[in-house]
Design a protein around this ligand. Structure first.
Ligand SMILES: Nc1ncnc2c1ncn2[C@@H]1O[C@H](COP(=O)(O)OP(=O)(O)OP(=O)(O)O)[C@@H](O)[C@H]1O
Ligand SMILES: [Mg+2]
Length: 284
């Protein structure tokens, strides 16, 4: 189906069209991003998976959200919101960038230092949402920088953790562990509303029967892509060390998009949650 409306911009994964003053159409493309860069190849039907999973969660979570309806296989009509510039990450396991920061003593959580260990309780781990580089931010920072008021933060944090718990229970029924999750909220009519998308771009999902702490986990998310991308980069780093040109560290945006510079450069390696993620990738 051809998207309708007026094209506004392309994110890394979704193309955004304006339908009217109150509504947007998200067109979920098959683009894949890893470490904040769009990869040169697409994955057939990835957009459909993200669109349908997002619709499933918006329909079943029972929390106020921006979805109006799905059109065809890849498009969703949503209510336009002013997005809150915080990526609401919640983690149930010591993995990815949290493992790395924990190892450096940057965060203190009462858990043994074992990769993929289950945390005693879900850990709210927000980052900034920035055009340049998303960084971990404290709850105090969120309020002092005016990203949310203190009551908004309380509500958003509570909602993020409760959504994680609900989704974890649903995942467990299907034999999966929801290791972590990134949500985005916006403001509409003075209320905080869940927005963006909820799918394998936003969470880590592990098959429960293969779960074993102390190693990288099998996963049904973008981790295999991150791993492949990291191997490719390591190959390129080797080449440039030999004096050869490493020419694919920047992935060009597809023609006809107005994607901002953030996606076209590789400032550093980041995970789906906008943070360093390689602790969980074998080889690092
Ligand atoms: N209801 C909404 N109203 C307005 N903007 C929204 C809404 N829901 C999500 N968004 C924003 O739309 C964009 C979705 O596109 P996508 O996820 O592909 O972009 P991205 O590359 O992750 O983000 P960005 O371009 O902001 O770095 C995000 O910027 C997200 O914050
Ligand atoms: Mg996004």
């Amino acid at each position: 189906m051809k998207p309708r409306g007026t094209f506004i911009r392309s994110g890394k994964v979704k193309d955004i069209y304006e339908l009217d003053a109150d509504h947007l159409l998200f067109y979920f493309t098959d683009r894949v991003s890893a470490f904040d860069v769009i990869l040169p190849s697409t994955i057939p039907r990835k957009g459909e998976v993200l669109c349908k999973l997002s619709a499933y969660w918006f329909e079943t979570l029972g929390v106020p959200n921006h979805m109006v309806g799905v059109e065809g296989t890849n498009a969703m009509v949503v209510r336009k919101m002013t997005m809150i510039p915080v990526e609401c990450v919640v983690r149930g396991y010591l993995y990815g960038s949290l493992f790395e920061r924990y190892s450096k003593g940057e965060v203190s959580i009462p858990v043994e230092k074992v990769l993929a260990a289950k945390l005693p309780e879900p850990y709210f781990d927000p980052t900034t949402k920035s055009e340049v580089k998303d960084e971990p931010i404290t709850e105090e920072g969120i309020v002092s920088e005016g990203r949310m008021t203190a009551p908004e933060l309380k509500e958003v944090k509570g909602s993020t953790i409760s959504i994680y718990n609900k989704m974890s229970q649903r995942a467990a029924q299907a034999g999966f562990i929801l290791a972590d999750l990134k949500l985005e909220f916006g403001r509409r009519d003075g209320k905080v509303v869940l927005g963006d998308s909820i799918g394998p771009d936003e969470f880590r999902m592990w098959p429960a029967d293969k779960y074993a702490p102390g190693k990288s986990q099998d996963s049904y998310d973008k981790q295999p892509v991150r791993l492949a991308d990291k191997r490719r980069l390591q190959g390129e780093a080797g080449k440039s060390a030999e004096g050869r040109r490493a020419d694919s560290a920047t992935a060009p945006a597809p023609a006809g998009t107005d994607r901002p510079g953030k996606q076209q450069v590789r400032p550093h390696l980041r995970d789906v949650h906008g943070q360093e993620a390689l602790a969980a990738v074998p080889g690092r």
